[in-house]
Design a protein around this ligand. Structure first.
Ligand code: F42
Length: 150
């Protein structure tokens, strides 16, 4: 199975670390929603842009036609999440897990009309994204990820 080589360094946020661990151990059968919201998540893997370590980050699952939006919302905080920097530093080293097996993904940052279409999809999948964007001057970045063809 293709993977991103390197030492995995869990998130410093306990509930995130635990969610990744349970999701991976159960092949996505458990810990596959945001808390008790019933709203599904995916797990992305990126490469630490300083440490080079393997980092894993739960994100809301926004899927359409086999592609996934990756929304760097960070709850509407004024700064991008660190995984945004990791992803933009090494966009070739990104995996997506939506179920039992992670896969390497081609990822690109969206803008203009395409971003607007995916933003609508994201907000309908997870309405708080709209509040998060209201909450900050920061323009929340959106990427689209697609399974890399072998
Ligand atoms: N976050 C989102 O942005 N969008 C979502 O849709 C989303 C959904 C979601 C669902 C479930 C859940 O449990 C969490 C969810 N989150 C969502 C939160 C998300 O999983 C991340 O925790 C959050 O976005 C913050 O990401 P972060 O990459 O900033 O993580 C921090 C807390 C972190 O792990 N920091 C590490 C640390 O040690 O403090 C460093 C991690 C790192 O990558 N370090 C880099 C390296 O080289 O290793 C260097 C970093 C640098 O300084 O450049």
């Amino acid at each position: 199975m293709p993977s991103i080589e390197g030492e995995y360094e869990p998130s410093t946020w306990g509930w995130v670390r635990d969610q990744v661990e349970t999701y991976e151990r159960t092949g996505g059968r458990e810990a596959n929603t945001l808390g008790n919201t019933g709203l599904p998540i995916i797990i992305i893997t990126t490469r630490g842009n300083k440490s080079g370590k393997v980092r894993k980050t739960p994100l809301m699952r926004v899927e359409h036609g086999g592609e996934y939006a990756l929304v760097a919302s960070m709850g509407g905080a004024p700064k991008h999440p660190v995984w945004y920097r990791n992803l933009t530093s090494d966009p070739a080293a990104v995996m997506v897990q939506d179920g039992p097996e992670p896969f390497l993904a081609d990822v690109r940052e969206l803008d203009g009309d395409e971003k607007a279409v995916w933003w609508e999809r994201a907000v309908s999948a997870f309405p708080p994204y709209a509040e998060y964007q209201q909450r900050t001057e920061r323009v929340i970045p959106v990427f689209v990820a697609r399974r890399r063809e072998a």
